[in-house]
Design a protein around this ligand. Structure first.
Ligand code: NAD
Length: 698
């Protein structure tokens, strides 16, 4: 890291913000910037100071890893730097390219002048982490671009291009071509006294009918953002700027409240966790990767079509293959239909749709796939079918091609053993709909090669997925832990709760859909198929067999109009069904279960702690690399509420000691041996340690 005064341009001191990858304003960089500003102020020959980012990026903002640590408040803070800029006897120019985000933008807002390349982007995205700007952003931005545009940016965290703000008054010049050349020319004008500087803090912000406007903004806050206090505090802070002299007291107070709030801590955890999961501890940095230009997808069903679209959306050529012509045609029609709907909604242009469809070709023969770089199998979930597919692929595919399976439950090592190239086999477990869901579980087989793993991780990024590496086990990370969540929910119902109560309790807690509504949507026959396997593999677990009864009665969920709920024809609204209540009553009688009342709190604890216990086992077995990976899976694959940070983050927040105690109690109450707390969890609780101490931490 370095921040240098470059003496090449006479009279100009250039402070280089150099802290790869995004020049975040960690303590060491702040020290450097301060020293450049001080030195420039002391040097009589310097007339102007320029702040510019290294690596074609101005600054990504605060270093959120510092939050809550002494480094975040160590001087000079961003606020102190801003004070130094504003009181500098030499004008300071921010020269922005790439992006200026959060604290990076706040630094620029405090400068005497701002110039940017036309492609530069800016944002105050703090609200997305349950925060708000804390270094004067809510006070300076409205003074520069007006209260309405500023509020919109601050409340939503939206990114805007410099060009969109060309007329706003934010930039003193937009620069075509080389930024340094442009800013040097601009600085020469400043040095020659041709430009007058008015600091943002000395400008006024006016807005007609301000009270009514801010009241409207408060009312319009979407319910989805209600978990976080941040948007409301943003509105209050911007409102406080209107018609008044500069004062950031309210902003500072609100910022400090938010920074310590559980919601912001959880959102920050998620942010860091999603960045950490792409790192694989034992994969040497710089591991070579294969080029992936053409992808084959086998099976044009629900998943195959979605996976194909995920590739097409990223501009990758796809050969979609099915053994049956009608299935292939249906799959291609599904893709066309999907793009048609996106076009109608204005999400894509006709040109983009055409480009994507031009990259797609349907084929019926394995031979046609022989030359692709990667093939992803999404055929029926049946080991015999997988065997026939993988032995054929082994025979036809070019050497070095990556052979991937989208299996959700089957043993990847066994699949790899159907080939003579197990090092080229990997699991790519997409979630449905595969072109929409961001999570991808990358299943690393016992023999999966490093280059193969590195290649698919890179591809995941290219197609916009968040990839989490999982070892081989039944259900991998996500389905394995959520299998217990659903099982425990079923037991709660048998003990006396109703499906509606369980769903309502978990939805009120933040899950987007309770387990019974979810089961009805997925199809109870699918849930039972997985469960039935567990009847044999894990006879020691306690199973809610009422599920079998529903399936025997043909109640398979939404697709049959009845499941845990009933559905009016063609509707997806889950309606309580007295027939299910009667079925459960009878089942309890038969089993000798005396139904009891239970609180919503108990329901939530049992279901969520089921995730926690299994997640802990996944870590212990090395299936998941790190605790935060498990959280990423729950958050992105299963709609676990973002403001709770994931099962293991949540457990940590509850206190592991109490979590262990609760599990023991659940075990005593239910007789389910699953509730023996995982030894890892017990160990951490006893040592008063934390899950983040396991594996590579974010
Ligand atoms: P699907 O039944 O919709 O589609 C399977 C397709 O594969 C059919 O079009 C079929 O004609 C074709 N097929 C079958 N055998 C074939 C063969 N030997 N060669 C070529 N084509 C063949 O199934 P799906 O829901 O898309 O699931 C596919 C795979 O994805 C399964 O392994 C499943 O476990 C996994 N998966 C499914 C989901 C989901 O939510 N549906 C999620 C993740 C993973």
């Amino acid at each position: 890291m370095a921040s240098a005064t470059q003496p090449t341009v006479e009279g100009i001191s250039i402070a280089l913000l150099d802290r790869p990858p995004v020049n975040s304003l960690g303590h060491a960089l702040r020290v450097q910037i301060a020293s450049v500003i001080e030195a420039a102020n002391d040097a009589p020959e310097i007339r102007v100071i320029v702040l510019v980012g290294a690596g074609q990026v101005f600054s990504g903002g605060a270093d959120i890893r510092e939050f809550g640590t002494p480094a975040s408040t160590a001087e000079p803070t961003v606020r102190t730097l801003i004070g130094m800029i504003e009181s500098s006897s030499k004008p300071v120019i921010a020269a922005i390219e790439g992006f200026a985000l959060g604290g990076g933008l706040e630094l620029a807002l405090a400068c005497h002048f701002r110039v940017a390349t036309r492609e530069a982007k800016i944002a105050l995205p703090e609200v997305k982490l349950g925060l708000m700007p804390g270094a004067g952003g809510t006070q300076r931005l409205p003074r520069l671009i007006g209260a309405e545009t500023a509020l919109n940016m601050i409340m939503t965290g939206q990114t805007l291009g410099a060009v969109e703000l060309e007329e706003s008054g934010l930039f003193d010049a937009l620069i075509d071509g080389d930024l340094i050349q442009g800013v040097v020319a601009f600085a020469a004008e400043v040095a020659a006294g041709k430009r007058e500087a008015i600091l943002a803090r000395n400008r006024a912000v006016v807005l007609d009918n301000a009270d009514a406007y801010f009241e409207y903004a408060r009312r319009s806050l979407a319910s989805s953002t209600r978990q976080s206090e941040a948007p409301l505090k943003c509105i209050d802070a911007v409102a406080a700027a209107v018609g008044k002299p500069y004062d950031d007291t309210l902003e500072r107070k609100a910022f400090f409240e938010l920074v310590t709030s559980p919601v912001s801590r959880a959102l920050r955890h998620r942010f860091q966790a999603e960045r950490a999961c792409s790192k694989i501890a034992d994969l040497p940095p710089g591991t070579a990767t294969h080029a992936v230009e053409q992808v084959g997808v086998i099976g044009a069903g629900t998943m195959g079509a979605g996976i194909a679209m995920a590739m097409l959306d990223a501009g990758i050529q796809v050969l979609l293959m099915d053994q049956r012509r009608d299935a292939l045609e249906r799959g291609i029609e599904a893709i066309r239909g999907n793009y048609g709907r996106s076009l109608a909604k204005g999400k894509v242009s006709a040109e983009q749709v055409e480009q994507r469809l031009n990259l797609l070709r349907g084929v019926l023969d394995y031979q046609d796939l022989a030359g692709v770089d990667l093939v992803i199998e999404a055929v029926f979930e049946d080991m015999a079918v997988k065997e026939s597919v993988f032995s054929t692929l082994d025979a036809v595919m070019k050497p070095g091609a990556i052979l991937a399976s989208n299996t959700s439950t089957l043993d990847l090592d066994q699949i790899a053993a159907f080939t003579k190239r197990p090092q080229d086999v990997v699991g790519l477990h997409f979630f449905s709909p595969a072109n929409v869901m961001r999570l991808l579980e990358v299943v690393r087989g016992r023999q999966t090669g490093d280059a193969v793993l590195a290649t698919v991780m890179q591809l995941a990024k290219r197609i916009g997925k968040i990839a989490v590496v999982s070892g081989v086990c039944d259900g991998f990370i996500g389905n394995r832990m959520f299998g217990h969540y659903t099982r425990v929910a079923g037991l709660l119902v048998e003990e006396g709760a109703s499906p509606q109560q369980v769903d309502r309790a978990l939805e009120a807690w933040g899950m987007s859909m309770g387990p019974f509504r979810m089961g009805d949507m997925a199809g109870l026959d699918i849930v039972l198929a997985v469960r039935s396997r567990h009847y044999k593999t894990h006879p020691e677990w306690k199973f809610p067999r009422s599920l079998d009864r529903l399936c025997e009665l043909g109640r398979l969920g939404q697709k049959t109009g009845k499941g845990w709920y009933r559905y009016a024809s063609g509707q997806r609204v889950a309606l309580a069904d007295p027939e299910v209540d009667a079925l459960l009553d009878e089942y309890r009688r038969e089993q000798g279960i005396a139904p009891r009342l239970m609180s919503d709190e108990e329901i939530v604890q049992r279901c969520i702690f089921a995730l926690v216990n299994e997640a802990s086992a996944l870590l212990e077995e090395g299936i998941a690399q790190r605790a935060s990976d498990v959280d990423v899976v729950a958050l992105n694959g299963y709609a676990f509420p973002a403001h709770r940070g994931g099962p293991l983050f949540y457990a940590q927040e509850q206190g592991l000691y109490s979590v262990v105690r609760a599990m023991k109690q659940f075990g005593d109450q239910s007789g389910d041996t699953f509730w023996k707390p995982s030894p890892l969890l017990v160990g951490l609780a006893e040592a008063q340690s934390s899950f983040s101490s396991i594996g590579a931490t974010p």
